[in-house]
Design a protein around this ligand. Structure first.
Ligand code: UDP
Length: 394
């Protein structure tokens, strides 16, 4: 375990006196588990900038999290390390749990690790928070809704609703659903602890959150298949075709990560409204096909790199790309009525507004490496199931 910025338990850190205070208070001490992942690396700086909270930021790798944040204690360790959870939640008034292996390429290739990370490793946290009556803000996933939106009588509906939509996963041999099943079970465990064992909880179901620092680029800072945005950016930067799984007809609703962390901040400001609730956080107005995303991203890339040749697109089968046992969500549109009603939150950023900043960030961080290693034959092999698959934390 590596600890920076102080001991894991002990004297509290001095807070930034000059930082602007927001309208409402949030818990004075917050433990963020998974602080070095994509969402954590955006959430922790946002909370730290308020100047009214201390954060214990925990991850096995905190490389993505900016250094030098006032009021943030960094702990590099695995949450399954004996004694770690007791140590980091001691003194906290709220815990935000973000740790997971949330990358579809892993669900059917490393389901045991995925289910451990999404369920087994977190069960002790739920019990600990229940025993201490500590507010747990747990990141679940829209993946729990499964293949498409159905009401409890099995009829197709347009949107996914936290309290009314059934959770519709495929058969057990479709290992794609290993992650969703583990996340769903943990939600049920959290819910039961809330109802029967005094756990104050809030569950978040994010819908396809995108932004800078998402995932990894194969061959640069990870191996295997990242999530779709990073796959497409890798293809664009290395001049290879964007691979459209099954033609890219699947639909997703994309949310800007800055708006997601804004919603979490609002939750932390409103414990009475959020405890005992499950929230969808997504942007129903940004529902588009994966082919549509590929085209929009290629256009944004071309604007920043007009010297590059036009993007190429290629259809691949899901089995060739992800291997046996992969299955897909057909469409995912959240209703966000509850978040609007209880948090006063409504996301506004369109995909067109988000993409230029995301493309610029990827180019700054990876452009040179990708151009240097551009190897169409090598990249086309990365989609094959026999290749090692990388890890991705939310
Ligand atoms: N996908 C694709 N090409 C890629 C990577 C992913 O067409 O290079 C598809 C994938 O099959 C899925 C969608 O893009 O239908 C979204 O993938 P993502 O990795 O974001 O995960 P998901 O939304 O399914 O959790």
């Amino acid at each position: 375990m590596t600890i920076r910025g102080g001991r894991a338990s002990g004297a509290h850190l001095r807070l930034a006196a000059s930082a602007p205070r927001s309208r409402r208070k949030i818990p004075r001490r917050i433990a963020v588990l998974g602080a070095g992942g994509f969402v954590g690396s955006h959430l922790v700086p946002r909370l730290a900038a308020r100047g009214d909270t201390e954060i214990v930021a925990v991850d096995r790798d905190l490389g993505k999290l900016a250094g030098g944040l006032r009021g943030v204690r960094r702990i590099e360790a695995d949450i399954s390390e004996p004694g770690l959870l007791e140590d980091v939640v001691g003194g906290a008034e709220a815990v935000v749990s973000l740790t997971a292996l949330c990358n579809p390429a892993l669900y059917n290739t490393r389901p045991l690790e995925v289910m451990d990370a999404s369920f087994g490793d977190l069960l002790p946290l739920v019990k600990l928070c229940a025993a201490r009556r500590l507010w747990l803000v747990h990141f679940s996933t829209c993946e729990v809704y499964g293949r498409l939106a159905l009401d409890v009588d099995g009829r197709r509906t347009a949107v996914m609703d936290e309290d009314r939509t059934a959770l519709f996963l495929g058969p057990v041999h479709s290992e794609r659903w290993s992650y969703a099943a583990a996340k769903q079970l943990l939600e049920r465990v959290i819910w039961a602890h809330g109802r029967h064992a005094g756990l104050p909880f809030t569950i978040v179901r994010p819908f396809n959150v995108i932004g800078p620092r998402m995932d990894f680029i194969p061959g640069v800072d990870g191996e295997g298949i990242p999530r779709v945005l990073a796959c497409f950016m890798h293809a664009l930067m290395s001049g290879t075709p964007l691979q459209l799984v099954d033609g890219g007809r699947q639909r997703r609703s994309f949310l800007d990560v800055s708006e997601l962390v804004g919603a979490v901040e609002r939750m932390l400001e409103r414990p009475d409204r959020c405890r005992g609730q499950i929230f969808n956080l997504g942007n129903p107005s940004n529902d588009l096909t994966i082919r549509g995303l590929a085209k929009a991203l290629a256009a944004a890339y071309r604007k920043l790199r007009p010297d590059q040749s036009a993007a190429r697109f290629e259809t691949v089968t899901a089995e060739a790309f992800y291997g046996a046992g992969y299955d897909d969500s057909v469409a995912r549109i959240p209703t966000i009525d509850k978040a609007t009603r209880l948090l006063g939150w409504r996301p506004r950023r369109t995909v067109e507004e988000m993409l230029p900043g995301i493309v610029a960030d990827y180019l700054e961080r990876y452009g040179a490496d990708c151009a240097a290693s551009a190897d169409p034959a090598g990249w086309s092999q990365l989609g094959r199931a026999e290749f090692a698959v990388g890890r991705s934390r939310r």
